[in-house]
Design a protein around this ligand. Structure first.
Ligand SMILES: Cc1cc2nc3c(=O)[nH]c(=O)nc-3n(C[C@H](O)[C@H](O)[C@H](O)COP(=O)(O)OP(=O)(O)OC[C@H]3O[C@@H](n4cnc5c(N)ncnc54)[C@H](O)[C@@H]3O)c2cc1C
Length: 465
């Protein structure tokens, strides 16, 4: 009996339910990766993230071949073609079952539903498995509805989390027969010079992911709560590129965490686990409230916000030329490394959606196109939180002042100076908001917007709705 397993954002052998199950019931198994540049483009996936995925796939191919599992590359032109292409491959190898881990984005769900219908007509089994720690259908409020607020969700999540949910799936079984040999992974060249340089910052492979979480849990987690908001410190886990492509499962990390410490409020461990639960929460939200996955505001009334059309300011924001040092340093971090610190993601997102009153969807798209850890659910969630249009979002009148944020979280200006060397000789007093004559001397731009009047404009716009 032969089976097909379809890769999605789960590029790993460890704790991979669909791959494990597919391997149990077959003598021969093919693992399929769909090479789909049109889909990547339609979903604004960054070339850096795709390159990272293909580098991971090279390592996986070797590991799969040792288990007599072949890697098959299928080419498709858009997600709409994927179901048909999978069926064609299943018929070609005479597969009796298709196995995959579910993705919760609306297009992925439509694809899976098309696939299931097509397979039914061919008498091929469709088997799909949950990709979150706890099945999103099981987490409900006391009145049998689905949560919209994080804190009660996280409480319910923690109370449900028992041994059953935390049990890790063993690695796939070695196959008796092999197919015809694995396919070569297609060339994928990075055109953006920043991305070419950045890719080496993220070593691929399951072992690298495991080392990253182990190093973090061994040395940084106890201070996580204290230091996580300071962008100059390397105090967060740096796991997001691995999570976003599924090189390691969140469940594996939570297991490691809970094996070494109690989940007690007030600790670094508790606070880090909370962030991992935020990730689960945003997946849960796009699953239960699919409008969020369709470029719509969670809070319907904010569909009526009249955003400003201001390409010049948007361009300045993208290129780190707003004249606000912390924002410019943060955008430079994104452009140069494909990653941005969480505190700064909130600051730049609020600045774009509130002070510039530019549609959050534009910023969300720019992030996806450049992040190595671009994750549809977390990115839309984070953007809508910042723009106050989302689930459990920041209230519209609570707008971060980027200068105050800079003074608080980058007191000495070290982070700013790292990414804007032009400002490296300025004192801590000057660096957050240099005087006009200093800007002129250093050729650093003036602020593109007045922070006080633009804040007022945003509050008036939102309160009118
Ligand atoms: C506007 C905006 C956009 C964002 N876009 C993304 C995105 O595309 N992909 C992404 O993975 N994260 C996104 N985040 C969340 C967060 O910024 C990153 O997950 C975090 O910076 C990754 O660094 P880390 O792995 O060192 O995190 P750690 O602090 O070590 O946290 C551990 C893990 O928890 C999860 N996590 C942490 N913070 C959040 C959060 N606020 N929301 C959801 N999950 C979280 C991540 O998976 C992270 O890897 C966004 C946040 C905002 C405000």
């Amino acid at each position: 009996m032969s089976n097909l397993y379809i890769f999605s954002n789960d590029l790993r052998l460890a704790d991979n339910k669909a791959l494990f199950e597919a391997s149990q019931k077959s003598d021969s198994l093919e693992a399929v990766f769909i090479f789909n540049p049109k889909k990547w483009n339609d979903h604004n996936e960054s070339p850096l993230k795709i390159k990272f995925q293909l580098l991971n796939l090279e390592i996986l191919k070797k590991d799969l071949n040792e288990l007599n599992i072949n890697l098959k590359i299928i080419h498709a032109n858009g997600i709409e073609e994927e179901a048909q292409k999978i069926v064609e491959e299943a018929l070609r190898v005479n597969a009796s079952g298709i196995y995959l881990n579910r993705e919760y984005g609306i297009n992925e769900r439509r694809r899976d539903s098309d696939l299931e219908k097509l397979l039914l007509t061919k008498n091929i089994q469709f088997n799909s498995f949950d990709s979150s720690i706890i099945n999103p259908d099981l987490i409900k409020t006391g009145s049998d509805t689905f949560f919209k607020v994080f804190t009660p969700f996280s409480r319910a999540f923690r109370s449900l989390l028992d041994k059953n949910f935390l049990e890790l799936t063993p690695g796939p079984k070695k196959q008796k027969k092999i197919f015809n040999g694995s396919d070569q992974i297609p060339e994928f060249n990075l055109e953006n010079n920043n991305h070419k340089n950045a890719i080496s910052l993220y070593p691929p492979g399951e072992n690298s992911a495991l080392k990253t979480v182990e190093d973090f849990l061994n040395s940084k987690i106890s201070d996580y709560k204290k230091y996580r908001d300071f962008p100059k410190l390397d105090s967060t886990s740096g796991l997001s590129p691995y999570f976003a492509s599924g090189v390691i499962s969140a469940k594996t990390c939570v297991n490691l965490l809970l094996n070494q410490s109690e989940d007690s409020p007030g600790t670094g461990e508790y606070s880090w686990f909370n962030e991992v639960i935020w990730r689960e929460f945003y997946k849960y939200i796009i699953y239960h409230y699919p409008r969020v996955s369709m470029k719509k505001s969670f809070n319907e009334k904010y569909e009526n916000v009249v955003w400003r059309d201001d390409p010049k300011s948007f361009d300045a924001w993208c290129n780190g030329k707003t004249g606000i040092p912390l924002i410019d340093a943060a955008m430079t971090q994104l452009n140069e490394t494909g990653w941005m610190h969480n505190r700064l993601r909130m600051v730049v997102a609020m600045f774009l959606s509130k002070n510039l009153l530019i549609d959050w969807k534009k910023g969300e798209e720019y992030f996806m196109k450049n992040l190595i850890d671009g994750d549809h659910a977390s990115n839309v969630g984070g953007w809508q939180w910042s723009a106050s249009t989302g689930v459990d979002a920041a209230p519209y009148f609570r707008i971060f002042n980027p200068i105050t944020q800079s003074e608080k979280f980058d007191k000495e200006g070290d982070f700013i100076k790292k990414f804007i060397p032009l400002l490296s000789d300025l004192s801590p007093k000057e660096v957050h908001n240099p005087e006009l004559d200093l800007r002129a001397k250093l050729n650093y731009p003036k602020m593109i917007v007045d922070l006080s009047s633009s804040r007022k404009r945003a509050i008036e716009t939102f309160s009118a709705i």
